[in-house]
Design a protein around this ligand. Structure first.
Ligand code: GLU
Length: 416
């Protein structure tokens, strides 16, 4: 099957399990297992040494039942069709769970962005945008940042698309720089959403965030924001890592100084006042909150029985395998699933899109208040369903997301 990959198998397994629990119409279930459309493109790119390299890129629309599709774009050496398809599927459930009028999409280019110059990245991004131009648009499919992409990437996409239309089209991407129609609060939104979800987890599980010990894998768009916000809440952030290594201090790291160290050196590694630790060691550290906020497939059957945290909040997409999920559930460790924990990004993307369509922009405090409302409502719906049915938070979140799309499909019917 063309979409085969570890993450795709996981995503379909999750859907199948939930379909059984929901007694989903088998025809609708079958339609949700595969994407609506998927495009594979080659991206010839002029490199700085004068040679041309051909990169492979993807854009996948999983379903369009509830509206145009929405989802990030990743630049990473492991990007492949199956992974992008699985991530598009997760976006469908995530948007439906948050009550957003979107279907799920995802895209990516197989490349190593850290080994490319800004000029090379710009040329690759512009050519990629041109190759997928028939698949994107403000009322069709709206990309956003993901692993390895950022505001600058979105500005290039917006410019390339706008040039083909003869006018500025801010609504074609979200996560743009503020000056060209980005939203206040978008940069911090994913991390902020995780903290809002943790407020609710703390309330239901009766613990105080203040004084809890947190370990965070990843110090990028998501991890660095979670670290800063938790630190401000009075948590002890005892360990943080990135692709180059990690640092640990049992008394808590000074996150402002750590951010300064990262600005100077490009990594958390080597931060003074801390001992070095590896990524696998971070996951198994003695702490209360574990936040995997980097790549997928981190909590597996090989390490799940050694996780010591009480709550895991998934900042990354797909960091826990189904085997690990079962072990963590047995051990009564609460896992706040990706489609709930990290949904703050797409929620504020939605706000950015609406603001761009109306050319009317809101204050950051307004954005944060509305974000908190959306995350809190979704968390409490998920929590309530999990309590009622005695399931994990992941199963409850998937049940809510999948059932909303299935209901949309039922009421719209099958064309022709
Ligand atoms: N890439 C983010 C995610 O996985 C954000 C997507 C968006 O804002 O459209 O949720």
């Amino acid at each position: 099957m063309e979409f085969d990959s570890d993450l795709y198998r996981t995503a379909v397994r999750q859907l199948d399990a939930v379909a059984l629990g929901l007694k989903l119409d088998p025809d609708i279930h079958e339609r949700l297992r595969v994407p609506r459309r998927a495009l594979v493109v080659s991206i010839p790119t002029l490199m700085d040494d004068g040679s041309t390299r051909v990169f492979i890129g993807y854009r996948v629309h999983h379903n369009t039942t509830l509206g145009p599709t929405k989802g990030g774009l990743r630049y990473h050496p492991d990007v492949n069709l199956g992974e992008v398809t699985a991530l598009a599927m997760l976006m469908s459930w995530k948007c439906a769970l948050m009550g957003l009028p979107y279907g799920g999409a995802k895209g990516g280019v197989r490349c190593n962005p850290s080994a490319m110059s800004p000029r090379e990245l710009e040329r690759m991004t512009r050519r990629f945008t041109t190759e997928i131009i028939l698949m994107i648009g403000p009322d069709l499919d709206i990309p956003a940042p993901d692993l390895g992409t950022d505001e600058q990437t979105m500005a290039w996409i917006m410019d390339t698309y706008s040039m083909t239309q003869g006018k500025s089209v801010p609504g074609v991407v979200t996560g743009k720089p503020l000056i060209v129609g980005g939203s206040a609060g978008r940069r911090d939104a994913t991390g902020r959403g995780i903290v809002y979800a943790l407020y609710q987890a703390a309330r239901h599980l009766r613990f105080d965030l203040k004084g809890t010990r947190a370990a965070i894998q990843g110090f990028g768009n998501v991890g660095s924001v979670v670290a800063r916000l938790l630190w401000r809440e009075g948590c002890q952030v005892v360990a943080v890592s990135d692709a180059k290594g990690g640092v640990h201090n049992g008394k808590g790291l000074d996150i402002r100084e750590l951010a300064g160290h990262v600005r100077e050196t490009g990594s958390v590694a080597g931060f003074r006042d801390a001992e070095p630790l590896t990524n696998p060691e971070l996951l198994e550290l003695d702490c209360d909150l574990l936040i995997p906020a980097a790549v997928g497939g981190q909590l597996t059957e090989a390490n799940a029985d050694r996780i010591k945290a009480r709550v895991v909040a998934e900042g990354a997409n797909g960091p826990t395998t189904p085997e690990a999920d079962a072990i963590l559930a047995d051990r009564k460790i609460a896992v706040i699933p990706d489609i709930l924990a990290n949904a703050g990004g797409v929620v504020v993307s939605y706000f950015e899109w609406v603001q761009g369509l109306q050319f009317y922009f809101w204050r950051e405090s307004e954005i944060n208040t509305r974000l908190q409302e959306v995350i809190t409502r979704a968390f409490n719906q998920v929590w309530g369903l999990a309590q009622r049915d005695g399931t994990t938070l992941r199963t409850a979140a998937l049940m809510l997301g999948v059932s909303r799309i299935a209901e949309g499909k039922r009421v719209r019917g099958l064309y022709p």
